[in-house]
Design a protein around this ligand. Structure first.
Ligand SMILES: [Zn+2]
Length: 376
């Protein structure tokens, strides 16, 4: 899937219509969830939830204004929340099971396939034709959406962001890039001191702009809290804060994407720890650096590019990677503050993170070996 995004240019009345659509999306999603909750013992099925949207459209005229495909999408959102909850229960996950909640902060309308919207042939305008009355909006950006056959556009979303409204197109493309063999395999260790360290001994530092951006975020946050509640000034500074958040988010995404692409291009196999980032974040000491460095964003892009290049990409279980000697596999215990791995058994001396990266790579090769021998 390829995602193309354009900023939308329209009139205030059109933006208001989008807002109304977003409210209806949320309304339907929550109503579907309510229906599921009300069938306390067995819940209701995905199909029943989807059918219920038609009932809602009859019952509430404003819900009928939203196209049927978008209503379906809203029910699917509700179902996703339910599904996540079921999966958590099945996995017997400790702690909170993520019981589905009512949404209060919906930010988008979703259309499917080729229904409810129409792209102009010049690729510069989009017309939404359901009852919301959004009408035709100009697309700002140069992404050449018109070069894709319409049936390949699987989804269109209208998203509200801090600096305006955007149209996001999800295009189904089986893109494949010819991978030029790099002649090496890499394990990477995601660290706190560095962004990552690879098994060849290369270290990628934490991007500095995060820190800078974070300081500014803090300052802007304080500015908001100093303003009187409900005042116009507070509203204004809130908006500035939201815009800055958006900027930070985009920077992180850009950084992760660039890094992941370079990494995948330079190797024929990539291995990393299957980090349960969620679990780690609970530890407050680590939390900052982790959310900061955006590892999950980064690994998401690594997976994406690995698939695009058709190279191996393995997430290994994170067990003992830092404690095992990559030379002789003896366990060499060390605390977090010990930066060098010195093996008393085989005499190997290595940077702690490089040793971990080597272990990750070895484990990945072992897993792959099992996989290929197990395959028919
Ligand atoms: Zn050793």
């Amino acid at each position: 899937m390829l995602t193309l995004e354009y900023k939308l240019d329209g009139k205030h009345t059109q933006y208001a219509a989008i807002e109304e659509g977003i409210r209806v999306m949320q309304f339907i999603r929550n109503k579907c969830l309510r229906a599921w909750m009300d069938h306390t013992d067995e819940g209701i099925s995905k199909a029943a939830m989807s059918a219920y949207t038609a009932v809602l459209a009859k019952q509430f005229p404003f819900a009928d204004n939203l196209g049927s495909q978008a209503r379906q999408a809203a029910s699917e959102r509700a179902w996703k929340a339910v599904e996540r909850f079921y999966a958590d229960c099945d996995a017997k996950k400790p702690g909170k099971k993520g019981y589905p909640r009512f949404q209060k902060d919906c930010r988008s309308i979703e259309y499917k396939a080729t229904s409810g919207w129409q792209l102009a042939s010049d690729g510069r305008h989009i017309t939404f034709s359901d009852g919301l009355g959004v009408g035709t909006l100009r697309l700002i950006g140069t992404r050449n959406i018109e070069t894709f056959p319409e049936q390949q556009i699987k989804r269109v979303r209208i998203i509200r962001r801090a600096d305006g409204y955007y149209a996001q197109f999800c295009v189904e493309v089986e893109r494949q890039v010819e991978h030029i063999p790099a002649g090496k395999q890499l394990g990477i260790d995601m660290g706190l001191n560095a962004f990552y360290t690879d098994s060849d001994g290369y270290t990628e530092d934490n991007p500095r702009h995060y820190r800078k951006a974070e300081k500014k975020l803090k300052k802007l946050g304080q500015r908001v809290s100093r303003k009187k509640k409900g005042s116009n000034n507070r509203k204004k500074s809130r908006k500035t804060l939201a815009k800055h958040h958006l900027k930070v988010q985009r920077q992180r995404e850009e950084h992760a994407k660039k890094l992941a692409r370079a990494l995948v291009t330079s190797t024929d196999l990539i291995a990393f720890e299957d980090l349960q980032v969620r679990n780690l974040v609970k530890n407050h000491y680590l939390a900052k650096s982790i959310s900061d460095a955006g590892w999950s964003t980064f690994l998401g892009w690594v997976r994406y590019y690995a698939k695009l290049h058709g190279i191996g990409c393995v997430a290994v279980p994170p067990a003992y990677t830092s404690q095992v000697c990559s030379g002789c596999h003896a366990i060499v215990k060390k605390s977090l503050s010990v930066r060098t791995h010195c093996c008393p058994h085989c005499g190997l001396i290595l940077d702690r993170d490089v040793n971990a990266a080597l272990n990750i790579l070895q484990e990945a090769i072992r897993i792959l070996g099992h996989r290929t021998t197990a395959a028919p």
